[in-house]
Design a protein around this ligand. Sequence first.
Ligand SMILES: Cc1cc2nc3c(=O)[nH]c(=O)nc-3n(C[C@H](O)[C@H](O)[C@H](O)COP(=O)(O)OP(=O)(O)OC[C@H]3O[C@@H](n4cnc5c(N)ncnc54)[C@H](O)[C@@H]3O)c2cc1C
Length: 406
Amino acid sequence: MNAAAHYDIAIVGGGLAGSSLALALSQIRYPLSQKPLRIAIIETKPFTQTAFSPSDGRHLALAYGSARIYQSLGMWDILGSKAYPLNEIHVSEKGSFGFTRFKAAAEKVPALGYVLSLNTLQETLIKTLQEKNHIQWFCPDTVTEVRRDNNVNFLQLEKGMTLSAELVIAADGANSAIRTLLNIPIETQHYGEDALVTTVDATQLTHTAYERFTAKGVIAILPISDTRAVLIWTGPSEWIAHLRQMDLQVFLKTLQTYFGYRAGKLTNPGKFHVYPLQLIVAQKIVQDGVVLIGHAAHTLHPLAAQGFNLSLRDISTLAEMIETRISTGKALFDLQWLKAYSQLRESDQKTIIRLTHRLRDLFSQDLFPLKAARSLGLSACDLFPPIKSALARKAMGIAGRLPRAD
Ligand SMILES: Cc1cc2nc3c(=O)[nH]c(=O)nc-3n(C[C@H](O)[C@H](O)[C@H](O)COP(=O)(O)OP(=O)(O)OC[C@H]3O[C@@H](n4cnc5c(N)ncnc54)[C@H](O)[C@@H]3O)c2cc1C
């Protein structure tokens, strides 16, 4: 390898997770010199695709706790102005009497969450990062080799550069190359399901998000304005392929049959985007001088809208712990503190991964006893405020130990 340019931290992958962590780290200063950390971001897509592409149709339901994290990073004024607040979430199952509603007022929060376009979030993060001259982008480029020598990681980039860094962050997505290069095993489950994402006009939107479990998958309607909403229909891949090929009027009729009319009449669908769904969980998220975050650490089914919210809590805690290491003059590569980070995040990660996976399993079977139990479960949840509140606070990312958020 050539002589290496040295960084405190190298982040591989400049997607939502990588760029959010870079933003959090950009605020850390060395105590005496007040110098910022030297950060490298290696991103395989050119900027035009990473930040400014309209090709990703996803909108994210950002939990209230995630909005607080972005607020602590000084980003919420701008992100909040582009996001649509959710005051209520309504969960039901087609053909069953049970339903439950979560309300912001009952939880005494200004909103349960906010709906924001993934492109807008990504674009805003990258524009902010590009203004910071202690962050260097290697883009488009990729890592072909990781070598560790004397507590330093050496990254060989495809275009010929060699970087060295005390800490490497793998934020390179579900098929993480860093995870593979380091032989970190994963647990994976192919659901045989896809998510179809589009937008629709809706005549009755009132800051309410709907989630409806049906025999043909889960339909979520998330408002993005007073008249337009994102539709996310997750279900068996053959069914999603069938929906995709339908004449638009037939599609809308099918949608209305399965979803009902709670959001009024649904019309004028936008472009269809399809995402394959699987569960991927890295069997460890730290090793000597390396941390996995975002989809590289855990890729979840989107039915509970928890994937990135969980990652953001990981990121916030990691940045907080890095700040403490820097302020006390301690090394970043040390495996003991990396393990302490992993342990601190373990309970939240396990709970959300299990909850999402079991929820998907529970609602994917149409057997009568299960359906009756689900209906009772939804009603019980609605009738017992403490259960509902505990669930709401977990989903909002404000239960248990919280990352520092203000
Ligand atoms: C349909 C759908 C709806 C969702 N809705 C929600 C929601 O409402 N709420 C929520 O919290 N979450 C949601 N999620 C999850 C959320 O989208 C993900 O958690 C998030 O996008 C993952 O971001 P990431 O940065 O970890 O990964 P990615 O977005 O995959 O980013 C990885 C980055 O690394 C780059 N890269 C890849 N390989 C390399 C390499 N070898 N070298 C350098 N760079 C590399 C890629 O180009 C990319 O920029 C949803 C997911 C889906 C599929």
